[in-house]
Every structure is written in C-alpha cells, then in structure tokens.
Design a protein around this ligand. Structure first.
Ligand SMILES: [Mg+2]
Length: 146
C-alpha cells in the first residue's frame, strides 16, 4: 500500500523519535477563499502534521501578530480584500516578524513573485499549494522538523 506520506517525510518522521505534538510546525494560512483555506489546512495537517490556523485577509494576519501570535510558516495569498498578501508581508517584515512567509499566487507571470520577494517573503508559489511545494520549504529548513 502506498503511504500518504512522501518518502522524504516518512523517513523524517521515522527517524525522528522526538516528533511529538509539542514540536508540530505551526502554520498560518491567509486566504480570502474559504475553499482554498479548507484545502490547504487539510493538506498541511494530514500530510505534514502541522498545526494550521486560518485567517481571511492580510490585516487579520497582521493583527494576530500584533496580539503576540507567532507561527513557523505563513502561507500568504496574493489577492485579498482589505489587505493583500504583498502589503501584509511588507507590514509583517516591518514589524520584525521572522516567520517564513510563503507567497501564493494564481499568476505565474513573474510580477507577483517579484512583488512578494521584494516585500520580504521567502518563497512564491502558484496556487494551489501541493505536497512538492511544501516539501521544498521543509527541506530548505530542516530545523522545523528536528
Ligand atoms: Mg485571494
């Protein structure tokens, strides 16, 4: 039977005896689309055992951080009402937020990527998020899983 986990992630989990509830990666999903929030949350929780929370726009994300919340990774949509992903990323970096920020966009034309990275995000991926994209982030940051 094929495991629902990728070989890389399975090895990581098997070899890591310290993997406990307390060391779960915390993620914040910022997206105005309820379906995307649901799909991304389910994927991050089921495939990567992350502790994932969701908010509806960039302003809510900024407010959470202003209230003292912190997450290992933020998955940030580009197009959102009230405050978009690019603005929110700039705002968070301006506040000194060190969390990884993964920009998510529907467009692959390069402009969104440029804006996201310019605002201080660490990555920019096309929607929808999938296992390969999340694995890339985790492989680049192995301290999250050890
Ligand atoms: Mg959107």
């Amino acid at each position: 039977m094929r495991s629902k986990y990728s070989p890389w992630y399975r090895n990581k989990m098997e070899s890591n005896k310290q993997w406990k509830e307390g060391s779960r990666i915390s993620a914040l999903i910022v997206d105005d689309d309820a379906m995307i929030r649901k799909i991304h949350k389910a994927m991050l929780e089921r495939l990567f055992n992350m502790d994932a929370k969701t908010v509806n726009d960039g302003k809510e994300a900024v407010e959470l951080y202003r209230c003292g919340a912190n997450f290992d990774i933020i998955f940030m949509d580009k197009e959102m009402p009230i405050m978009d992903g690019h603005e929110a990323t700039k705002e968070l970096r301006g506040m000194g937020v060190k969390s990884l920020i993964v920009g998510i966009t529907t467009r692959a034309d390069g402009k969104d990527t440029e804006e996201f990275l310019g605002a201080g995000s660490n990555y920019c991926f096309e929607k929808p998020l999938d296992r390969t994209k999340v694995e890339q982030v985790l492989q680049d940051h192995p301290h999250f899983t050890t």
